[in-house]
Ligand binder design. Structure first.
Ligand SMILES: Nc1ncnc2c1ncn2[C@@H]1O[C@H](COP(=O)(O)OP(=O)(O)OP(=O)(O)O)[C@@H](O)[C@H]1O
Ligand SMILES: [Mg+2]
Length: 169
């Protein structure tokens, strides 16, 4: 079975990004991996904060600078791991983070600069890419979601069906 076509969602402002994040949060199941990509300031942390809020995380989610990965308890039965590979120097470090083991144990991981770890992270994941507005609008973003592998392809159609309405609301 091949992966479904990616879905593109234009959002006008941070609230739009937050609604997309909430829709993704609602689709999450234990063991899921979400890789976020996009340039500095594109909205990866903002997305993660909204996703965490939707999962009942009360702690403030900040970028895990020195640790690379930080766990947050949620109210939905799994731990949310927030990782940021921006400062990654080698993929060996990604393996050392033990994310694959944590996913196997039922955690959900959201990874900023996730493409830097793609080679050593599980192939089954949801891709979320953030692009700035080509015309230079400060708050518009194009968010592209792509499903890779069985756990996501099975759920992607219902997630994708929610998204355009979610973004426009
Ligand atoms: N539509 C939008 N979605 C998300 N953030 C937006 C949007 N419009 C404006 N912003 C602003 O852009 C900034 C995004 O910062 P954020 O830290 O989330 O980026 P990032 O992708 O995590 O960057 P980094 O690579 O440095 O970690 C915030 O200040 C946020 O308020
Ligand atoms: Mg960030």
């Amino acid at each position: 079975v091949s992966d479904p076509d990616p879905v593109q969602v234009p959002v006008a402002n941070p609230d739009g990004t937050a609604r997309v994040a909430a829709a993704v949060a609602d689709a999450l199941e234990p063991g899921d991996l979400v890789l976020l990509s996009g340039r500095l300031g594109a909205g990866k942390t903002a997305f993660t904060q909204a996703l965490a809020r939707r999962l009942g995380v009360v702690e403030a989610v900040t970028s895990p600078t020195f640790t690379l990965v930080r766990p947050y308890p949620t109210t939905v039965g799994f731990t949310l791991l927030h990782a940021d590979l921006y400062r990654l120097e080698s993929t060996v470090e990604v393996a050392d983070l033990g994310l694959a083991e944590e996913l196997d144990a039922g955690a959900v991981a959201v990874v900023e600069w996730g493409e830097r770890g793609r080679a050593v992270l599980p192939a089954e994941h949801l891709d979320v890419r953030f692009e700035m507005d080509p015309a230079g609008d400060a708050t518009r973003r194009l968010i592209t979601l792509g499903a890779h592998g069985r756990p996501w392809t099975d759920r992607f159609a219902s997630l994708a069906a929610d998204l355009p309405g979610v973004a426009r609301r």
